[in-house]
Design a protein. Structure first.
Length: 127
């Protein structure tokens, strides 16, 4: 699409994506965001095709929902009914997903192999 001036530029982006994937895999294996293991991290694999990116944040008594739309835009709301419904939807999605951080080593390795195979496939298309 002409976003990169050279193939080397595009391939370097692939390298960076692979580096981030490796970091994520290590964090998932240790169930922690930090090397000291003090920051919990849970990663789930879902077969459900999700049409949006939703985030629910709980800060004390305040709940906030962030929902993406039109690719780069985000709607933010503290409307209690909407946030609660969004939170229940996310909890239901998690129930239908497979926990792959800390446990399920086989599924976790399969998940990351798929990601890395996609990166390798992209590299081949670029070359």
């Amino acid at each position: 699409m002409g976003f990169f001036k050279t193939k080397a530029e595009a391939l370097s982006i692939c390298d960076l994506i692979e580096d981030e994937t490796n970091i994520l895999q290590k964090k998932a294996a240790g169930s922690s965001k930090l090397p000291n293991g003090k920051e919990n991290f849970t990663l789930y694999r879902s077969e459900v095709m999700v049409g949006n990116n939703s985030i629910v944040v709980n800060i004390g008594d305040t709940k906030i929902s962030y929902v993406s739309y039109n690719t780069f835009n985000v709607i933010t709301t503290t409307n209690r009914d909407f946030v609660n419904e969004n939170e229940e939807w996310l909890k239901n999605l998690i129930k239908k997903s497979i926990l792959i951080s800390g446990v399920s080593e086989k599924q976790r390795n399969q998940f990351f192999k798929i990601l890395k195979d996609k990166i390798d496939g992209l590299r081949e298309r670029i070359r």
